[in-house]
Ligand binder design. Structure first.
Ligand code: ARG
Length: 806
């Protein structure tokens, strides 16, 4: 094992320096040379030295290519198994009791027998230790050590994963007697980060009340420490862990807390790995499936406050000892049953294809699994007063489970005073035929007679009137985009409205979306550097020389990603290097707070509201921030990401913290970055750049992935559309200024959210990306009819130029 991979710092001791290298001062050696003239004797010495050196080199090579193959690594596996023919006794909790020792000895000898059945395991097996026993007949938790030749690790992992089969075989051969009967074997390789010998270990047992990291809350937690809390509850109970404060380093690489549904760290029984900061309003709670839980905390280099969590006991609703349990609830005869899921978290790797053969809930024979149910799966009904709900969980992994409400319904009228969807959902009657898919299966939008304020699509759908002639096919059959022409003396607005020719370019927004005021000589004209004007939409950096002095094609090293040209709510993981201008702003000693965009080697654009002082946090000061460029995952802050400090922050002088007007700020890095595949600037639009309503744009960030939720680890991207200013101003209660614009998906579900602020809204123009907006504010996140509000960058082009020269 080399020092790097063991995670320890290599600090040579004084002795090692002494041994390894001995230098003589150059002056002395000169003197020595002068005294002894090189002669025959000198030549002999030189030959001898040369021979020794050659022998050494050959020795090292032989060792490297021959013996190194025999180099072995220590591999630890943790596991648990149920001993079905023993009953638990309290003395087994005390590892110094003779009973513990006796049973431990038996288990260890049994493990040895099991491993001896596999050639890979028997060859490399060293020893096992028993970590603990718990109830459930008796569950034994153990660590097994193997000494594995380099390169054979995977084969041993593989063999370990079939230990359960070996146990079954052995059980079949066993005829009776004193031996232990084993079942439910779970094993996995120990997380490397937890086997480093540089960690101090503490084990605390039987703690009910609360647990906290050392020093909390007065001192930061200590470095290079591994702490384990083994939590046990009385039989028939489960443990609940509730974190009040949680503030660790943002990278899980060095500092993390892991919680297991076990007494030893078996990775397949890992409930969660936590790091970074979790705000108190986003409470973290975890429930064990049995009466034990293991909390481990590993620290490395950092000094953060740590955590405190309350530990509580709950009666187990599903005692682990019973293989299955029936729970019968009654609804009156003659009624039907309706079940509505309120939470559904049954994620399990390997179950993604939805065949639900691992953990599942089965309602009336229909299996449900995964960590999200779509609207049409959230309710199930039965026409009789009986409904069978089966919950099945295998032993390989745990999630939080589900909760559901049930009610008796009148089979004849299951949705009194409401509309009944085909999928049995009941929705408010007003939501029928309003253009939105409220049922989840579109049944509320079919067979409609449209209201006067709706468009009647040919296919029978109804859509809000303000979507008519907006350039987007909302009906699905394009009926809302037909007959959008205007009379001869009229101009057609972008939103389909017709206004008199005379109103065009008269300085007032008659269309309501400003489209009668663009392409006016005054507005459309692009001003070249030589002050000459040209009349062309978005001529900058389009690859065509439009200005005589070529100034429209200057400074165009922007808006392109290196590779293929190819949290945000409702988004998906970005590709590495897909948004090389995206920046993560960290408040020092905390984690990601806001986004920003790179516009030159040393200037960033962000939101002014990100750099306002907050109680003790002096966010307006350059020194408060740490800037990450080229970042993809918040838990991988190293290369290719680059870290910088700030030289200065320039918030817009007219930023209004009540209205969020002029929500833009500039940041200058303390030293410029070099552009790489992961770090590149975005193009700034000229003041006249046109970002048309309805255009598809991209938002990116590490913000919350749902309203009130926690931040994303991997950079998220989502597609939204620019929304008509008048429509949006109405939706937002008249709170828009001309320095703001809206983008989103009006049916909800896709939006920027807390933590995305300051980040880019990117609009494609040709093969380049332009910074159209800066994430600014919103009413909640991803709510229906509440789009996201962005700072309109074109309004600030001159200010950016003035302050940064870019
Ligand atoms: N102000 C938020 C932040 O500080 C961003 C809000 C964006 N909200 C939205 N719904 N688009 O991160």
């Amino acid at each position: 094992m080399d020092y790097m991979s063991s995670g320890m710092r290599y600090i040579p001791s004084d002795k090692e320096w002494d041994n390894d290298v001995q230098f003589l001062p150059a002056a002395d050696s000169n003197k020595l040379e002068k005294k002894r003239r090189p002669g025959k004797f000198g030549a002999v010495i030189a030959v001898v030295v040369l021979a020794v050196v050659i022998a050494l080199v050959i020795g090292v090579l032989v060792w490297h290519f021959h013996f190194r193959k025999d180099m072995r690594v220590k591999r630890m596996y943790s596991g648990s198994m149920r001993i079905t023919n023993r009953a638990f006794d309290d003395v087994y909790e005390n590892s110094t009791s003779p009973e513990f020792k006796a049973l431990a000895k038996q288990v260890i000898s049994q493990l040895k027998t099991i491993y001896s059945k596999s050639p890979q395991l028997s060859k490399y097996y060293r020893d096992s230790t028993i970590q603990a026993f718990s109830e459930g007949s008796v569950i034994a938790y153990y660590l097994s050590e193997f000494s594995v030749p380099v390169g054979q690790e995977a084969a041993v992992d593989n063999a370990m994963s079939s230990v359960e089969t070996l146990v079954k075989k052995q059980r079949a051969l066993q005829n009776s007697g004193d031996g232990l009967t084993l079942d439910d074997v779970v094993t996995s390789a120990l997380d490397d980060r937890m086997s480093s010998p540089s960690f101090r270990k503490h084990t605390k047992a039987n703690l009910i009340g609360h647990i906290q990291s050392p020093g909390f809350p007065n001192k930061p937690y200590p470095r290079n420490t591994l702490i384990k809390w083994q939590l046990r509850a009385d039989p028939g109970h489960v443990l609940k862990l509730d974190f009040g404060t949680f503030d660790l380093e943002s990278s899980c690489k060095s500092d993390f807390v892991k919680i297991y549904d076990s007494l030893v760290p078996i990775e397949s029984l890992l409930m969660v790995e936590l790091c970074g900061k979790h705000l108190p309003n986003n409470r973290l709670g975890f429930l064990s499936s049995g009466n034990v839980m293991l909390v481990t905390m590993a620290t490395h280099n950092s000094s953060f406050p740590g955590f405190r969590a309350a530990v509580q006991l709950h009666f187990s609703q599903f005692p682990k000892l019973l293989p299955s349990q029936n729970d019968v609830r009654l609804v009156p005869a003659g009624k039907g049953v309706k079940l509505t899921f309120t939470k559904f978290l049954l994620a399990e790797p390997g179950n993604e294809n939805m065949d639900c053969n691992k953990d599942y809930v089965m309602v009336n024979g229909k299996k449900l699994c995964g960590d999200k149910l779509d609207k049409s799966q959230q309710t199930e009904t039965s026409n009789t007063n009986s409904m069978t709900v089966v919950f099945s969980s295998d032993k390989s992994r745990v999630d939080r489970g589900f909760s559901a409400e049930y009610e008796a319904i009148d089979v004849q009228n299951p949705c009194p005073q409401k509309f009944q969807c085909r999928n049995s959902n009941c929705i408010k009657s007003e939501l029928r035929c309003d253009g939105w898919n409220d049922c989840g299966d579109m049944s509320d939008e079919q067979e409609c007679t449209c209201r006067a304020d709706s468009i009647s699509c040919k296919n029978g759908l109804c859509k809000p009137m303000f979507w008519k002639c907006d350039g987007i096919d909302d009906c699905g059959d394009n009926t809302d985009e037909l007959n959008c022409g205007c009379k001869s003396a009229e101009v057609t607005c972008k939103n389909g409205k017709c206004v008199s020719e005379k109103m065009r370019c008269d300085g007032s927004d008659d269309c309501g979306d400003g489209s009668d005021e663009v392409n006016c000589a005054r507005d459309l004209t692009y001003k070249c550097k030589n002050n000459k004007c040209i009349s062309k939409v978005n001529p900058e950096c389009d690859g065509v020389k439009d200005c005589e002095d070529n100034s429209d094609e200057e400074n165009c090293d922007c808006g392109k990603r290196a590779g293929k040209a190819s949290r945000i709510v409702g988004g998906q993981d970005a590709e590495v290097g897909e948004f090389p201008w995206q920046i993560s702003l960290h408040v020092k000693k905390h984690s990601h707070v806001c986004g920003a965009s790179l516009i030159s080697p040393d200037w960033l654009v962000t939101a002014a509201h990100c750099v306002q002082d907050e109680a003790s946090l002096k966010l307006s000061q350059a020194g408060a921030w740490e800037i990450y460029l080229g970042l993809h995952r918040q838990n991988q802050l190293g290369s290719p990401a680059e870290k910088r400090n700030l030289k200065q922050i320039i918030p817009h002088p007219n930023y209004n913290s009540f209205t969020f007007d002029n929500d833009i700020a500039l940041m200058q890095l303390d030293s410029p970055v070099s552009y790489t595949d992961y770090i590149r600037p975005i193009c700034l639009p000229s003041p006249q750049h046109d970002f048309p309503v309805g255009e598809g744009v991209t938002i990116t960030g590490w913000g919350a992935t749902r309203e009130g939720g926690s931040a994303a680890t991997v950079l998220q991207k989502a597609s939204v559309r620019i929304i008509n200013q008048t429509v949006c101003n109405n939706l937002m209660g008249g709170q828009l200024t001309s320095r703001m614009f809206c983008a989103g998906v009006l049916s909800g579900g896709v939006d920027a959210c807390q933590g995305d602020s300051g980040g880019p809204l990117t609009s494609p123009s040709g093969s380049r990306a332009f910074l159209a907006g800066v994430v600014s504010w919103g009413d909640g996140c991803a709510r229906r009819n509440k789009p996201g509000i962005y700072t309109r960058v074109t309004k600030f082009r001159a200010w950016i130029k003035e302050k940064t020269g870019v």
